[in-house]
Design a protein around this ligand. Sequence first.
Ligand code: FVH
Length: 302
Amino acid sequence: MTDSRTRQERAADPVTVLGLGAMGTALAGALLAGGHDVTVWNRTAARAEPLVARGARAAATVEEAVTASPLVIVCVLDDDAVHQTLGPVTPALADRALVNLTNGTPAQARATSAWATGHGAHYVDGGIMAIPPMIGHPGATVLYSGDQAAFATHRETLERFGAATFLGTDPGAAALHDLALLSGMYGMLGGFLHAVAMVGTEGGKAAEFTSALLIPWLNTMMTALPEYARQIDAGETGGHDSNLAMQSVGYVNLIEGSRAQGLRTDLIEPMRNLIDRAVAEGKGGEDLQGLVPLITAGPPAA
Ligand code: FVH
């Protein structure tokens, strides 16, 4: 699937986008802005209208959409929706590059890859590390894995969305790293939401607190991560600065203080549970890095 044409010659390559929710619309919009010949399809046909007004062609059926372009991008709600969309049109998939930017698990990516490849498609899985307004702008990154030749052939088109990072030929790799990054994001956002709720109980404004105190604090803490990561890779569990026995005592204040302010503690309980378990297992002298082996061990037996 190598392509020796120049970037300019590839600029108007036809591309199909299946799924025109917030993200699919942003992806199709970036392709239109890049000068591509874009065919779109959505289960609810009316959602194609704004893109048609910008120059896209709306296909009447999924089959018509898939056969319109050598590169087919699918971005729908979930894995079931991918298969409900493409399942009835498998003969049309042969020789297409199918890039699936629907959020899913590594297992789903591997199964969909085997399924699509079995129908003759060149399958690339992807994880979008951006929200729709970021697509096509600096800061957006999309992770890809799977068919390397298909990725290389369409790389410049895929770069219309943002930086394109290829993580290898295992189709599950992009989903694994996507979920890992989302876990980092939800951890941060969960902390943010609890923090602004706490300050708000005494009339504090989220905007002022966030700019003046929270962001500088999180930025400072972020500088510790590379050393934590090095220790985790080396199998070291810390124990020099902020041991878990101390943190389990201090964490009680976070829980009790939140309750006293009338807050729910759902967002902060899980970390406390893990710290307490580590201490109960004799790891009180370790630092937070020591929690990774507990996470890796999987859920405790019932
Ligand atoms: N939006 C975001 O911030 C995140 C950023 C990171 C990547 N995610 C993932 O992208 C996928 C699509 O998300 P979305 O934001 O476009 O989602 P919605 O706006 O809710 O649109 C959903 C589209 O999926 C279609 N759809 C749902 N079920 C089916 C089905 N059974 N068969 C065919 N299409 C289906 C839906 O169609 P319709 O309701 O308009 O007819 C929309 O096109 C997703 O995996 C995110 O996790 C977004």
